[in-house]
Design a protein around this ligand. Sequence first.
Ligand code: ZN
Length: 251
Amino acid sequence: MRLTTPSWVLRRVRWSESSLILTLYSMDQGRISVIARGALRPGGRFQGLLELLSGVEVTVTRREGRELDTLVDATLFEPGTRLRSDPDAFAHACLLSEWVLGLFMGGESSSSVYNLLGAAFAMLPESRSRWAVTCVSVESMLNLAGHAMEIDDCVRCGMPAGGSGHWSHRDGGILCSGCSAPGDIVISPGILEFVKTCRRSGFETASRVRLWKGGFRTCHDFMREFAQAHNQSGLKLRSLGVLEDLENGVG
Ligand SMILES: [Zn+2]
């Protein structure tokens, strides 16, 4: 079977002297792995087309029962140059890629995830608040992965939770004051308000929200803990360390 779909390059692994194995997030097939033979050969036809975080329309052949598709054609539609030329924007985009790879194993609405990545990758280079863009994207990914945080009704009794702020990652969200028990945590009012804005107002507006210093990082880590309570495979967010080094002025 042969299929063509636009996709984002989320991971590149050198496979041999001249070949790459790519993990792509595609509009029509979701996450796919492809082998690109000859991709590293100087002057080869894939040269310069398969860079990390670039947007490529790929044509692949797929064999029944095989995990790995074979790349037969590639057309670059978004070079991703601006993302790759700014270390901080690049690290944020890599972090979002790691979220996608951790959350989506198939079965989701792939065009929504694909479009979300496109919107985030376009916004990150120019945004003055990259952590906001990242947090809005992650909140949206949790919804698309079927792990939406419940922010209105108590996850134990189903009644409106009111302003208690008690929270259970394991049970999926907010608790009313009657249902909270020792061991439950409290969601910060600022983070709760931010998540509400994400749901009400969408990507563009929510990515312009301002939080207190360090607030988005706190929000990110809160969503990470939430995701880890619902995601057996676990998230590997190695780009966080890179971002911390950049923010602390290391290197
Ligand atoms: Zn309750």
